[in-house]
Ligand binder design. Structure first.
Ligand SMILES: [Zn+2]
Length: 157
């Protein structure tokens, strides 16, 4: 089976919350795609409950695109400790961390239920499993800890 970089990361050595560049993938026609690890909580110590994580996912889909060029996808890890972010082109982890910080700040302090896209039976695969309260409380916790642009040392932006 193909070796996947994410599974070679020593999850006991990282210091969340952080942004980490996982890989840059070069396409055959010169395209460049970047894959980031947006780690919101400490692996094997914490995990964001599914309803809050689900609402954060729906909100980051729009908020990150407002702040960062070339966003392709932002999807939660199965372990519920963070998200993969896939973008066209290159961005520094500092730039990504700033976009994430701004997005979480908007969730924590400004977002109302009307701002959450895709929360009905037509537009979501599990629309009953959302919590803006949880999304806000976890966003506040992450912001209080600060987002580092390095995974192994705390370098909070
Ligand atoms: Zn959904």
């Amino acid at each position: 089976m193909a070796k996947v970089e994410s599974f070679t990361l020593d999850h006991t050595k990282v210091k969340a919350p952080y942004v980490r560049l996982i890989t840059e993938e070069h396409g055959t026609k010169g395209d460049l795609i970047s894959n980031y690890d947006l780690r919101l909580v400490q692996p094997n110590e914490n995990a964001i409950p599914t309803a809050g994580l689900h609402t954060i996912e729906h909100l980051l889909a729009g908020l990150l695109r407002d702040r960062l060029d070339g966003v392709i996808d932002c999807s939660p890890f199965g372990c519920r400790t963070g998200f993969h972010l896939i973008t066209w082109g290159q961005h520094s982890t500092t730039e990504v961390a700033k976009a994430l910080k701004g997005s979480l700040d908007e969730i924590a302090n400004k977002t109302t239920w009307e701002d959450v896209q895709g929360t009905d039976i037509y537009s979501c695969g599990n629309y009953r499993d959302h919590s803006l309260f949880s999304a806000k409380e976890w966003s506040k916790k992450i912001l209080d800890e600060g987002i580092s642009d390095e995974p192994f040392e705390r370098h909070v932006i």
